[in-house]
Write a protein that binds this ligand. Structure first.
Ligand SMILES: NC(=O)c1ccc[n+]([C@@H]2O[C@H](COP(=O)([O-])OP(=O)(O)OC[C@H]3O[C@@H](n4cnc5c(N)ncnc54)[C@H](O)[C@@H]3O)[C@@H](O)[C@H]2O)c1
Length: 339
């Protein structure tokens, strides 16, 4: 399928960011903090100002996270068209709004200008790759690379390519993101909303249902997650955690014990609609939960707490926690003994 050779992820050519909104600015800041040059295009003329302002707001956080290139202004150029922005790019991160027609129009404009082998990674939250490939002369280097907001902090990137995708396009993307500290997962087949948004949608559906049915307030349902399972989910996924919940006999014992309960709970889960009455209830509940904090204060609080959490996790992973290090040491010893 591919007649282009994929450019190497570690090549230090510029990265083109198409669309400098919430997600585009965040990607641009991450790549710039990792030492990459940025070529920016946005249909709004003030994209450069927008990105410079965004950088000022996040550069200290990126420095705290250990990124080396935060002491001087980011190296970026703003272009007057998407085709010019991608013309010398070694990688393209597309971040324009979630509209299929707009993304297809943009791809038609940039394809003739793309250097051979340049990967175009779309940040799309849930559009299907097969739909986004329509109109390409050669879609082999278009991949889904979906981040979680804000991409400069949250490690996850969901990758997907199908049978029309050159395998090296996924390899190059994975290598680039991982070189910037990201954790990637790779979908094996196409589903709407990828993986993490589907999981989020499943949880949010029930959170809304519990509020709509007056079981609990907006604030309490948020606390139920952030002070409860959310704490665990930041360090291990649901399967691993419930494996621990089953005791030494693991997930099999957990399933034996709770099979019937889950069957009843699953049958009882709600299917709310985001109608006007429900949205009003969420808005009112959030008003109480937010209190005097404004958008920026909330954003700073979220980012500071996530960065602190990441730092603690990295510390444990690096063996800084003696108990965890001992446990790993013992496990390594018994693995050697078992050979
Ligand atoms: N917001 C999120 O939480 C989130 C999370 C992950 C992924 N995404 C995905 O990222 C993409 C961007 O979302 P966002 O939230 O940053 O949107 P946004 O509206 O904040 O930013 C989009 C930017 O693209 C610009 N734009 C519009 N049309 C354009 C075009 N044809 N060419 C160049 N620039 C154009 C706009 O001026 C704007 O600055 C979407 O595909 C979305 O699904 C969003």
């Amino acid at each position: 399928m591919s007649d282009r050779k994929t450019s190497h992820a570690t090549s230090q050519g510029p990265i083109a960011i198409l669309g400098a909104g919430l997600i585009g600015c965040s990607w641009a800041a991450l790549f710039a903090a990792s030492g990459r040059r940025i070529h920016l295009y946005d249909s709004h003329a003030d994209a450069g100002v927008q990105f410079a302002r965004f950088w000022e707001g996040v550069k200290d956080t990126l420095a705290e996270m250990g990124f080396a290139h935060t002491g001087s202004p980011p190296e970026f150029r703003v272009f007057g068209s998407a085709a010019e922005a991608v013309a010398e790019a070694s990688f393209v991160q597309e971040c324009i709004p979630e509209r299929l027609d707009a993304k297809r129009r943009l791809y038609a404009e940039i394809e003739p200008a793309l250097p051979a082998g340049t990967v175009v990674a779309t940040s799309s939250s849930g559009l299907k790759l097969s739909d986004l490939q329509v109109g390409w002369r050669n879609p082999s280097h278009l991949v889904i690379a979906h981040p979680f907001n804000p991409p400069h902090i949250i490690p996850l990137v969901e990758l997907y390519g199908n049978e029309a995708t050159a395998p090296e396009a996924l390899d190059v993307s994975r290598a680039l993101y991982e070189s910037c500290g990201k954790k990637t997962i790779t979908l094996k087949r196409e589903v709407m909303g990828h993986v993490a948004n589907r999981l989020q949608a499943a949880l949010w559906r029930e959170a809304i249902h519990l509020v709509a049915e007056d079981v609990v307030s907006v604030s309490d349902v948020d606390t139920a997650i952030s002070a409860g399972p959310g704490m665990r989910w930041a360090v291990m996924g649901p399967h691993m955690l419930l494996n621990l919940g089953g005791g030494p006999a693991g997930i099999r014992a957990y399933c034996e014990q709770f099979r019937d309960s889950y069957a009843l709970w699953w049958d009882d889960l709600g299917k709310p609609q985001l109608d006007a009455e429900t949205v009003d209830k969420l808005v009112e509940g959030l008003r109480e939960e937010i209190g005097a904090r404004d958008y920026d204060a909330l954003r700073r609080e979220r980012d500071a707490k996530i960065v602190a959490l990441l730092s603690a996790i990295n510390h444990v992973d690096a063996g800084g926690d003696r108990q965890a290090a001992n446990a790993r040491h013992e496990a390594a010893g018994s693995a050697v003994g078992a050979k």
